[in-house]
Design a protein around this ligand. Sequence first.
Ligand code: ADP
Ligand code: MG
Length: 286
Amino acid sequence: MGIIKIKDLIYEYARHDDEGNVESVVRAVDNVNLDVKKGEFIAVLGHNGSGKSTMAKHINAILTPTEGTVWIAGKDTSKAENIWDIRQSSGMVFQNPDNQIIGTVVEEDVGFGPENIGVPTEDIWKRVDDALRAVGMTAYRHHSPNKLSGGQKQRVAIAGVVAMKPQCIVLDEPTAMLDPMGRKEVIATVRELNEKEHVTVILITHYMEEVIGADKVFVMDSGKVVMQGYPREIFSQVEKLKKYRLDVPQVTELAYELKQEGIPLTDGILTIEELVDELCRLKLKI
Ligand code: ADP
Ligand code: MG
């Protein structure tokens, strides 16, 4: 079994009337199956309202299934006695860094999580040091989080999760509120955590460029996983992605349009280098 296993997950939000009777039900996640191996970098794409956040909240046991089962590091999230272990195995980073930072000094904020779970003081400092180094924020340890840029704040939020030493981190649109520079910083940080520290990553995002380096991509629509595969497999299916109201990376879009115009390019070009290589190859043939 993988570090994250989701089997036949259904989640329904119920709306109640004044007397507490169920008035209506929204099925936000509809029969999702997902198996993530340790150390993998998984990207989840999907239009607004497709069920990504609802699914993500199951990985941290913020929500538990209406039907189906979710196991994190082998523990069933629906069992109350597992919650403590699950919250330590799997950390979560949300969209708005301002809602996640509580300390008035960076290092204090990062140490808050480990302190909360009873890590001895001398170990807390070691964890804070390591976590700040891992996200490249050591130089800011004595700063006030309020004065940092959005990207830096989000890196501090990630350090706070890293300090808990989780096996996996779920990031729910962590770059949605950042400028392009901040987005790059955060994604580079997440990639490094995955490559160097072997943290399993689930990255939920709207930005196609952030998905290119993932091991596997899942596309959600109306609560269901509608596509899954390697980034190249997913991005070769431009028409299908458009049907789910998603874009492809800019270079992929350009290559797709050139192909429509009759230039015989391969499907699923992901980087500028690949496009340049292909075009040079074609020129040689002419
Ligand atoms: P995404 O993260 O992909 O935008 P969500 O998981 O937030 O999708 O939402 C999936 C569906 O569940 C949407 O139809 C949304 O309106 C509904 N939903 C989300 N949160 C709630 C809630 N707290 N109460 C009722 N419905 C909700
Ligand atoms: Mg969401």
